[in-house]
Design a protein around this ligand. Structure first.
Ligand code: GAR
Length: 223
């Protein structure tokens, strides 16, 4: 990647992580070109955020396709028109098929609201409270065919307080998501973060454990 890498963002809903990426870009902290924001849900608020930032938006409504394969193919066609170097899943709430994932094998990032491998899947905050864990968080990971099972790159940890309900905990986690996702995308854009389909490399070294974003010392990770 010689110039700023092209990024397509996939969304389904509110788009607060998309907004964090757009804000980081606006501040000059994210050396990428946003090529398009694509939603599987018509009218997703995330699309308005993209449009307000002057980014092309598209919708590929999953309900219009008879099976997973047909949806995947339509989504790939929409994405590939923009020839992105990186695809960022930002609250994209559809399962993607193996063919799709293989097609973007080394350039598909997701953020998941738990400390993976804990609490894969949905309703992570409620499940964390029910499980009585003291610590919860979020994980940026490369996507592989195993649902929420791809290698973790960067995690943020938050405490779980006794008085938390799922929404309060979600808010605490989301605030940290908004820090770690732009950071991981920036690393990818700078060539510091790479995935070969099997191993994640950070600054050229295999990453054995996810990096952990310390709550109060952003500078420790932004070098
Ligand atoms: C975020 O908390 C993200 O981690 C989660 O959805 C939320 C989207 O919020 N993603 C998943 O659960 C993926 N399985 P946003 O639309 O405001 O960014």
């Amino acid at each position: 990647m010689t110039s700023a890498p092209g990024v397509v963002v996939l969304v389904s809903g509110r788009g607060s992580n998309l907004q964090a990426l757009l804000d980081a870009h606006q501040r000059g902290e994210l050396p990428v070109r946003f090529r398009a924001v694509i939603s599987n849900r018509p009218g997703a608020p995330a699309l308005e955020r993209a449009a307000a930032a002057g980014i092309a938006t598209e919708t590929v409504d999953h309900r219009g396709f008879e099976d997973q394969g047909a949806f995947d193919r339509a989504l790939m066609t929409a994405i590939d028109r923009h020839a992105p170097d990186l695809i960022v899943l930002a609250g994209f709430m559809r399962i993607l098929g193996d063919g799709f994932i293989a097609h973007y094998r080394d350039r598909l990032l997701n953020i998941h609201p738990s400390l993976l491998p804990e609490f894969r899947g949905l309703h992570t905050h409620r499940r964390a409270i029910e499980a009585g864990v003291r610590e919860h968080g979020a994980t940026v990971h490369f996507v592989t065919a195993e649902l929420d099972g791809g290698p973790a790159v960067l995690q943020a940890r938050v405490p779980v307080h006794p008085e938390d309900d799922a929404e309060r905990l979600a808010e605490r986690v989301r605030a940290r998501e908004h820090r770690i996702y732009p950071l991981a995308v920036r690393w990818f854009a700078e060539g510091r973060l790479r995935f070969d389909g099997t191993t994640v490399f950070f600054d050229g070294e295999p990453l054995e454990q996810p990096l952990v974003d310390p709550p109060e010392s952003r500078d420790a990770l932004v070098t």
